[in-house]
Design a protein around this ligand. Structure first.
Ligand code: MN3
Length: 223
């Protein structure tokens, strides 16, 4: 029995690494070119935001999950606990940006909310403009870095505007389902808008992908 233990331990470690490497997170492609959201968001911002910032969350999430797998294989609570903040931060960054890219679309294709989405916005906020003002106010008021979301509340069946700090992913931390997010980390706007976060927040509605938002609402309601 004793002689088998090191071998078994090696097997557990190797297999957990293998299953981890099979499931490495990768940077998703953007559904449009880097310059497609101009003039609202410049190609320079989009390229840095996607290739550098989002890529870093993906890389650091993979590293953190490898460490977690090692901690699990060794049944070491200290190792597991030590890596949880990195999983929350980088996992949240990966989840949030993967939604954000799809939430946006070239200005010519943005359109307006319609159908069930429009009904939900009207019954929750009164009008599309009040909803935009509410989410914008939440985005402008975020202290430091974070996000503001238009979200679906599965309990009340209503839409809400809600701020979220750092890279916290909305659904796992609050139970609210993210529909449309505004990234108010300075890396999302500073090269173009400098300190004028309200101008960036006001402009981003011109490139909202309402088809994507409507699809997310349908999925959230059918869960
Ligand atoms: Mn960002």
């Amino acid at each position: 029995m004793l002689a088998l233990r090191p071998g078994l331990r090696e097997l557990v470690t190797v297999s957990s690494r293998l299953s981890c490497s099979r499931n490495k997170h990768t940077l998703p492609d953007l559904p449009y070119d880097y310059n497609a959201l101009e003039p609202v968001i410049s190609a320079e911002i989009m390229q840095l935001h996607h290739q550098k910032h989002h890529q870093a969350y993906v890389n650091n999430l993979n590293i953190a999950q490898d460490k977690l797998a090692e901690g699990l294989a060794k049944n070491c609570a200290k190792m597991q606990i030590a890596v949880l903040p990195a999983i929350r931060f980088n996992g949240g960054g990966h989840i949030n940006h993967s939604i954000f890219w799809k939430n946006l679309t070239p200005k010519s294709q943005s359109g307006e909310p319609e159908g069930d989405l429009l009904k939900a916005i009207n019954s929750s906020f009164g009008s599309v403009q009040v909803m935009k003002d509410s989410v914008s106010a939440a985005a402008v008021a975020v202290q430091g870095s974070g996000w503001a979301w238009l979200a679906y509340n599965p309990k009340s069946k209503l839409l809400e505007s809600v701020p979220c700090p750092n890279q916290d992913p909305l659904e796992p931390t609050t139970g609210l389902v993210p529909l449309f997010g505004i990234d108010v980390w300075e890396h999302a706007y500073y090269l173009q808008y400098k300190n004028a976060r309200p101008d960036y927040v006001k402009a981003i509605w011109q490139i909202a992908n309402w088809k994507d938002v409507a699809q997310r609402l349908n999925e959230a309601k059918s869960k």
